[in-house]
Design a protein around this ligand. Structure first.
Ligand SMILES: Nc1ncnc2c1ncn2[C@@H]1O[C@H](COP(=O)(O)OP(=O)(O)OP(=O)(O)O)[C@@H](O)[C@H]1O
Ligand SMILES: [Mg+2]
Length: 612
């Protein structure tokens, strides 16, 4: 029997894969065959003479067509595989793993395989697993598109639902879609307990360890279960990496960079390279594992920021701006406070954020009170523009500080101390598009600091470049997982000084940077002079503001007929607004009696809207 050239090459690469008759087995250290790897690629189905006699010429042709996913997809969906998709689809390995760059056609290949498998094999269950719901949706949408091409395959479907994702065939086979658990925090409950003959995982490297546990449990109960995992590598050294690299596990790896795609051009390459970091490009388009997953802050950017100076020994500079960040914790961990200076003269006049003081209050009887006292002292010492406090744990303390600020107005603590809730979202204006965008506070803060570090706008002391120091924590900071909507969840142990430092950097940005200054313009506008120009793009126009307010309060009933005849514009809310404006103009701020108030209201009503 002729062995396919692809199989020959594969066998020569995998020393522990042995051909026994026409099947390939994994050989253990004793030289005994263990699990079956594949059945070798056969271009045609091999039938015994007895079988052949049962079918006529036409039927044999159909059997041949059904046997080969490439031919079948060509006829049914008019789908032509690319050369590497041909290899992947022809390969008969039970366990396959794709390490392929973006947009090369990974998902497409999985879709063809799963629909072919379900269509041609009776009573089987195929599971489709992806980390996020929209990826599962993408697979099922792609399946729908393929199905729309073929009346024949469509006719073989009994039910096709989206919630849950499920395609059921008349032959008893079904394709079920699941999102993995760790991303959504549900621990793969949907997948648990499923029996499967084939498992397809898209974006496999974005799954968590506990998802793999569930998947491996299914595999264990059915050794001949097909498994096909597909992903671009993230750089993590976890299960997907092991499947790709450890040939003892019996996985056939397909590795192609994005450039194999016929749609890949020099222009695409340039565009993508400009948008990704070197490391990101390596993962996403070259499909390389790269270095062991680096942290949030890359070492190569941290190193130039580390300078020799003694934290706590720097005197206050009246030209600099100071901000304080506080991470509040239980007394065992302690409260971490970092004071950061923005000094325009540093960094050859480009300015830099320099950490100037770090205080950790821990293990005392009155940690929280001592911490408050310390903040009051630091406030006096540095006169910062803002003090950002992690609200989660320090809610009562913020109140305490505000209370102190109220009785000691000179400290400005009421204005300065701001509680930041990491679960919240904040609105900021995108400096490029000038649109308001909502961002989750924590990723926003982290990104902001990463950018500052990458731009070299940060100075941190060498003495903190130790395991639990500020710089050490920076080096150890990683994304542990992502939520269902793709938000990163950061490692939350041994990050307290770092959090305090990041809060202080965020404070400086929020209080004094372009991004937010634009955001606060509307508030300044109301107090400004009529027509006063703040900058080229923003003209304060009180009339316009009033008009917008009025229009915003108009309720337009959706009745048929001529809209002009409706009383839409006359609402009580609007009368109230007019009344407020009118009263604002008059000197008398308060009505002395009910009668006074009524008269005022009537006056407004009679005068109508002439003022506007
Ligand atoms: N054989 C093919 N013939 C025609 N178009 C194809 C083929 N394979 C893939 N495509 C098209 O290429 C595009 C990318 O395919 P697909 O989404 O499967 O890639 P991917 O590698 O999963 O991408 P991503 O990395 O973004 O998940 C899609 O528009 C798909 O329809
Ligand atoms: Mg895909």
């Amino acid at each position: 029997m002729e062995i396919h050239p692809f199989c020959k090459e594969c066998l020569s690469k995998h020393k522990k894969w042995k051909l026994i008759k026409d099947k390939v087995f994994l050989i253990n250290n004793e030289g005994e065959p263990t699990i079956q790897i594949c059945n070798l690629i056969k271009d045609k189905i091999i039938l015994s003479e007895i079988d052949k006699e049962q079918f006529d010429e036409k039927e044999l042709g159909i059997i041949d067509l059904l046997y080969d996913p490439l031919k079948w997809a060509g006829v049914e969906f008019k789908w032509a595989a690319r050369w590497y998709q041909k290899t992947m689809l022809s390969c008969s390995a039970y366990r396959k793993v794709n390490r392929i760059g973006r947009r090369a056609g990974k998902t497409e290949t999985l879709c063809i395989k799963m629909i072919h498998y379900a269509y041609t094999t009776e009573n089987t269950t195929s599971l489709v697993i992806a980390p996020y719901k929209n990826q599962v949706a993408l697979v099922f949408d792609r399946l729908d598109v393929l199905l729309s091409e073929s009346q024949g395959v469509r006719a073989s479907i009994k039910r096709n639902t989206k919630n849950p994702y499920r395609i059921q065939f008349h032959n008893g086979s079904k394709i079920l879609g699941f999102t993995s658990g760790t991303r959504t925090g549900s621990k793969s409950t949907g997948i648990r307990g499923q029996d499967a003959h084939a498992i397809f995982i898209d974006e496999a490297d974005f799954l968590g360890e506990s998802d793999f546990e569930v998947i491996l449990a299914i595999l264990a109960s059915r050794p001949d279960c097909h498994l096909w995992a597909s992903s671009t590598p993230t750089g993590k050294r976890e299960m997907y990496w092991r499947w790709c690299t450890d040939s003892d596990l019996g996985f056939k790896e397909f590795y192609y960079p994005s450039s194999v795609s016929p749609f890949w051009t020099k222009e695409t390459e340039m565009l993508e390279k400009s948008m990704y970091s070197d490391q990101g490009y390596g993962h996403e388009f070259l499909a390389e594992f790269g270095e062991e997953a680096e942290g949030v802050f890359l070492n190569k950017y941290i190193d130039p920021c580390v300078r020799k100076y003694t934290i706590g020994k720097i005197a206050r500079n009246s030209k600099s701006m100071y901000t304080i960040g506080v991470d509040w914790n239980s007394s065992a961990i302690g409260t971490h406070i970092v004071v950061t200076e923005w000094n325009q003269e540093l960094n050859h006049g480009n300015g830099a954020f320099r950490a100037v003081e770090k205080v950790i209050i821990t293990q005392t009887e009155f940690t929280q009170t001592v911490a408050c006292e310390e903040i009051i002292r630091l406030n006096e010492k540095w006169d910062p523009v803002a003090i950002y406090v992690d609200q989660g744990f320090g809610y009562a303390q913020i109140e305490m500080l505000h209370k102190y600020g109220l009785s000691n107005p000179k400290t400005n603590l009421v204005q300065r101390v701001k509680g930041i809730n990491f679960g919240d979202r904040i609105e900021i204006r995108d400096p490029a598009t000038r649109k308001m965008v909502k961002k989750h506070v924590k990723p926003f803060m982290v990104n902001l600091c990463v950018k500052r570090v990458e731009d070299g706008n940060v100075i941190v002391p060498e003495s903190e470049d130790i395991k639990h120091g500020l710089v050490g924590q920076m080096r150890d900071y990683t994304v542990v997982r992502r939520t269902a909507v793709g938000q990163p969840i950061f490692r939350d142990e041994d990050d307290h000084t770092l959090i305090a430092w990041m809060l202080s950097i965020m404070a400086a940005t929020m209080e004094r940077s372009d991004m937010v200054r634009l955001n606060t313009v509307p508030h300044i506008a109301i107090g400004g002079k009529l027509g006063e120009k703040l900058d080229g793009n923003f003209v304060i126009d009180r009339k316009k503001i009033q008009k917008e307010k009025r229009e915003g309060s108009a309720i337009v009933p959706r009745w048929p007929g001529n809209p002009q005849n409706l009383f839409a514009k006359e609402t009580t809310l609007k009368t109230a607004l007019d009344f407020q404006t009118d009263r604002g103009r008059s000197k008398k701020k308060k009505s002395a009696t009910i009668g006074d108030l009524r008269r005022g209201r009537q006056r407004v009503g009679k005068r109508g809207r002439a003022d506007y």
